[in-house]
Design a protein around this ligand. Structure first.
Ligand SMILES: Nc1nc2c(ncn2[C@@H]2O[C@H](COP(=O)(O)OP(=O)(O)OP(=O)(O)O)[C@@H](O)[C@H]2O)c(=O)[nH]1
Ligand SMILES: [Mg+2]
Length: 442
């Protein structure tokens, strides 16, 4: 989402670094470019202006101008200001410790409310909390069913009453929750416009009757400044406790994400980054700032790895790699683990330094699938003893996996190269990695 902004900022910094000795004039010029880059990313104009001004004021201080590396200092100032703009530190959701805790989810039509309800339910289910999702959208014909399907898919309880108003459904749900020892009740409401008086009265009444600990507004990041205006209006009317930015995985320019906190004063608590129920992240201002500035996000990467990678298996693999005793079975296992972490491009973007370097590299996921198909066409014996792969075996594998013998040969070559590399690593003399050892990138 922030590719363009990242590129623009990078070129501003490059210029700054090449100057050597900075003057007030250089900094002023750079900050004009930073402001321009923010505006092009659809950041609210006041926010962009104040941002550039704040960095400039700090940057013309003696400590920066006289420092050894003033360019680097300015980048740090921009980073810190971005973190501040995004809210400073992560804001946790209201604790689920006084049952039943109530979360109310609201927002415009199609912003991603129902999906968020499912994501939250899954998140708390994983934390061992007994969760109830409540269908309070009685207007869109398929809405109740949509939530029921989501709830069933993660085995979470669903609540709905026919022929009742949303207010009645929500209060009944609360009573049910109290009786049934539910920890968390999540209310899924209908999409509404802040100018729709009747609908706004309805949600105000739901709020008064259920006293939610958390009122979350789902703001669609793809809609840019509209999302910011909506958040402001909802906040004035409802006093929301947090914003959830949805569809942050999209390719919009990111201005909403960068403006919403400053304009509304409301913390961004969560980021929705995909259609699947697992695609929900706690919003970390510092991590996003680092990602925007191309510094990578190693913390999220490690967390992602911890979530999806079996640590025991990883340790086993490391052992094998160091002894250069891994085979095609291990290779297959590695690929499966990597795939679990999500699209490769997003993973690469999180690696500090690498994201930028590989910006123009296309990750070929199909090449990975092809390799998996080839290995799957091998017998267990062949996977464990790749040296027995002779001409006729290769031909069989090629036909079995729908590939050419050449493709099979290439995979074996890459595999051998990897083995060689690890064995030389083990001997402490890592030679330059050749392209053939990075089979997923072209
Ligand atoms: N790519 C992406 N799609 C999302 C995300 N969140 C929701 N969607 C999709 O957006 C569409 C609308 O999502 P819903 O959760 O039904 O939105 P809603 O706000 O409940 O919609 P209404 O109830 O009709 O007002 C669906 O197709 C979702 O799959 C996200 O973070 N990323
Ligand atoms: Mg919905």
């Amino acid at each position: 989402m922030f590719n363009n902004l990242s590129e623009k900022l990078e070129s501003v910094f490059k210029k700054l670094r090449s100057v050597g000795k900075l003057s007030e004039k250089n900094i002023q010029e750079s900050m004009r470019e930073v402001r321009q880059a923010l505006l092009e990313a659809d950041v609210n104009y006041k926010v962009a202006r104040d941002f550039a001004k704040a960095v400039q004021e700090k940057a013309v201080g003696r400590e920066v101008l006289d420092s050894i590396d003033p360019g680097q200092q300015v980048i740090k100032l921009v980073h810190d200001e971005l973190v501040a703009l995004l809210g400073g530190s992560a804001e946790p959701l209201a604790a689920v410790d006084n049952p039943p805790t109530v979360y109310l989810v609201c927002g415009l039509q199609g912003s991603g409310k129902t999906t968020l309800v499912g994501k939250l339910a899954l998140m708390y289910k994983r934390k061992g909390k007994k969760t109830l999702v409540v269908a309070a959208d009685i207007y869109r014909p398929a809405a109740v069913k949509q939530l029921k399907v989501l709830a069933d898919s993660i085995d979470v309880e669903h609540f709905y009453l026919e022929n009742k108003t949303p207010q009645e459904i929500c209060t009944a749900a609360l009573k049910y929750a109290e009786k049934n020892f539910i920890d968390l009740v999540i209310l899924d409401t209908a999409g509404r416009l802040h100018v729709d008086k009747a609908m706004m009265t309805e949600i105000t009444e739901i709020k008064e009757q259920t006293k939610p600990q958390e009122i979350l507004l789902v703001a669609d990041a793809m809609t840019g400044q509209d999302a910011v205006n909506v958040a402001r209006e909802f906040n004035e009317r409802l006093s929301i406790t947090g914003v959830v930015l949805s569809k942050l995985d999209g390719d919009a320019r990111g201005g909403a994400a960068l403006s919403i906190r400053q304009v509304t004063g409301c913390p961004i608590k969560l980021a929705s980054v995909g259609e699947k129920l697992g695609d929900l992240e706690v919003f970390h201002p510092d991590r996003l700032a680092s990602r925007i500035l191309g510094m990578g996000d190693i913390v999220s990467l490690v967390e992602k790895a911890q979530e999806h990678i079996d640590l025991e298996k990883a340790a086993e693999m490391q052992e094998k790699l160091l002894k250069a005793r891994f085979d095609f079975e291990d290779f297959l296992e590695q690929m499966a683990q990597l795939k679990k972490m999500g699209p490769l491009e997003s993973i690469i973007g999180m690696i500090p330094g690498i994201g930028k370097a590989m910006k123009n590299v296309q990750v070929d996921e199909r090449a990975m699938d092809r390799m998996v198909a080839i290995i799957q066409s091998m017998t267990v014996q062949e996977r464990q003893n790749p040296h027995i792969l002779d001409g006729s075996r290769k031909k069989r594998i090629a036909i079995g996996s729908g590939n050419s013998v050449q493709a099979v040969n290439q995979l074996i070559k890459q595999f051998n190269a990897m083995q060689k590399m690890f064995s030389s690593m083990n001997k402490g003399k890592l030679k330059g990695m050749s392209k053939s050892m990075m089979p997923y990138f072209n």
